[in-house]
Design a protein. Structure first.
Length: 217
């Protein structure tokens, strides 16, 4: 009987404590990180956020702040690594808008002749945040062989390229054997986009890339 009463009392205390926590309570490390970022102390903010992320892997706010702080520090690749985690944790429209605004200021446009993005009507277009050219295939370089490949892909709601498909041409068999396809696909998989938005929510968009491999002395 005594143990039963004690157990009921403990449950009542826990329930009372839970009820006292407001829904959507502020993330204390996030507030601290925002203050540090406002002071220009982004390295300290990132250190704090990394610790907070280990304790709360489902926080979109933490990952969004990681993206913004990394961009403030000029670390595009770090921002690109945090971006899919941010988008995958169901951020609010307000969080999405906040991070997208920072990404838009930091992103450098890719060579327009090589990259074409087609977003659905009525959407805000994707933003390419992390871009790198394809490594020239060693065998092709050794024999002085040039080539061009074209691929189509989908920019997913997590900001990565998916369903990558190559478009063959007359010399496709040779180019494929020399490694042009592998090099192009590998490069595009490393790219990171802020996805297209429709009514404040991420949606898929289409991507076409013409990869032109040139000899570099």
């Amino acid at each position: 009987m005594i143990w039963g009463m004690a157990l009921k009392s403990l449950v009542a205390v826990l329930l009372a404590g839970a009820a006292a926590l407001p829904a959507g309570a502020a993330c204390e490390p996030c507030e601290q990180a925002r203050a540090l970022r406002a002071e220009g102390k982004c390295k300290e903010a990132v250190s704090l956020l990394k610790k907070a992320a280990k304790a709360d892997k489902q926080s979109a706010e933490i990952q969004g702040l990681m993206v913004m702080c990394a961009l403030d520090l000029g670390k595009q690749n770090d921002a690109g690594a945090a971006l899919p985690r941010f988008l995958g944790n169901q951020p609010t429209p307000e969080q999405i808008a906040e991070v997208r605004a920072v990404v838009a200021k930091a992103a450098a446009p890719p060579p327009s002749r090589n990259v074409v993005v087609r977003a659905p009507d009525g959407t805000e277009p994707p933003i390419l945040l992390v871009y790198s050219g394809a490594a020239y295939p060693p065998d092709a370089r050794e024999f002085g062989i040039g080539g061009s490949v074209r691929l189509d892909a989908i920019i997913g709601v997590d900001g990565t390229a998916k369903r990558i498909e190559m478009r063959p041409d007359g010399n496709w068999a040779a180019l494929q054997q020399l490694g042009f396809e592998e090099a192009a696909v590998s490069a595009v998989k490393r790219w990171r986009f802020f996805p297209a938005l429709l009514d404040g929510r991420p949606v898929d968009a289409e991507l076409t890339v013409v990869g032109i491999f040139e000899m570099v002395e």
